[in-house]
Structure formats: structure tokens, C-alpha cells
Design a protein around this ligand. Sequence first.
Ligand SMILES: Nc1nc2c(c(=O)[nH]1)N[C@H]1C(S)=C(S)[C@@H](COP(=O)(O)O)O[C@H]1N2
Ligand SMILES: [Mo]
Length: 199
Amino acid sequence: MGIISRGFHGRVRPTDVKLPPGQYLTDDFPVLSAGPTPSIAREDWEFTITTESGTRHSWTWRDLLSQPSERPTVDLHCVTKWSKLSTGWQGVSLDTLFAGVKTAADFALVRSYGDYTTNLPLEDLLNGNAWIAYQYEGEDLAPVHGGPARLLVPHLYLWKSAKWVNGIQLLTEDEPGFWESAGYHDYGDPWREQRYQGD
Ligand SMILES: Nc1nc2c(c(=O)[nH]1)N[C@H]1C(S)=C(S)[C@@H](COP(=O)(O)O)O[C@H]1N2
Ligand SMILES: [Mo]
């Protein structure tokens, strides 16, 4: 019997591979917005989680800042093929905001000021996977990048990271958001290259 080389196989990826398939690296931080940048005063800002039964849990800007925050360093992958590695953020984990929310829903539809929406399984917002981010590289998040605050869910393509986030509607059935209705993938895992419906 000869020597068997196991090689790489299965779903485990080598730890030195930082770029998902089809992506290229950029040092810039490109701006991609489907519409104009809304202007949201912090004193008017509000974030609301609405459960499937209609119960609302809201946070003002002060409420948000009074929550414990985290400083994740994450890689960003845009479906237009740029990736930016090791970006530094500050924000509140969705686990913290969901701690007092009773729900049996499996899906979330995220809403932004300015009407953008995006959908994802609720599970992908929990367990340390997502934040409401309000600082980028030590500065207040710039309006073009979603300031005052955006969703950050870096394990999925960046269109899921809704800028100017305003709320999350919990749903018992999946409902497509803006890009998902236009033919983009319902889930959008960059490592499985789920760019478009059918990928
Ligand atoms: N509200 C809102 N959020 C959005 C978008 C948008 O058009 N509106 N574009 C999405 C897309 S397609 C991408 S790639 C990222 C871009 O984030 P950036 O402009 O900070 O790079 O934001 C996502 N979040
Ligand atoms: Mo995008």
C-alpha cells in the first residue's frame, strides 16, 4: 500500500486563503448605494425590532450607545468582486439587542432609512455574526458608508450589511429584500459564490 496524501478536501478551507472565489483585493473603501445618502440626525434616529406577532422593541441613539459595544475586525466581500480585509468597527452585537426579544421566527427582513431592504435567516444575525456598527476605524461612521449606523454581517456578501439601518422585521416565512427581488441570491455566502439566484 502506497502513501496516501489526504490533501485538502471537504468543507474545511486552508487558513491562508483569505479571498473567496472570484474576488480581488482592494485597499480603498468603495461606496455602493442604490439611492441617495439619507441625512439622519442622531436625535431622530431609532432602531426597532418587530416580532412576528407585532411586538416592537425600540432603541434611540442614546439607548444604542448605552449598550455594551464590541470592536470586531472583519473582512468585507462585495458581490461586485472587491474584498477589503481586516476592517475595524465598533458597534453593538445583535445578540445584545435580541437578548430581550421573544420570537419563534426563522427569518429577518432588515429595513433602512431610505427604503432599502435585505433578508437573511435570523440565525445569521445571532451568535456573534452581526452588529449595529457606528464607528469605522475609530471614527464616527461616515454617512456614505451608512452613518449614523449600519448593519454589519460580514460573513455574507456586503449587500446584506444594510446602511442607515432602521429596523428588523421578524418573519415566519422568508421575504426577499431589494437586491434579492432583483435576482441576487437569497443567502449570499461569498465562500460558496452565491451571487445570483441559482448559484
Ligand atoms: N441602505 C442601503 N444599504 C446598502 C446598500 C444600499 O444601496 N442601501 N448597498 C449595499 C451594497 S450592494 C453594498 S456592496 C454595501 C456597500 O457598502 P459601502 O458603500 O459602505 O462600501 O452596502 C450595502 N448596503
Ligand atoms: Mo454590493
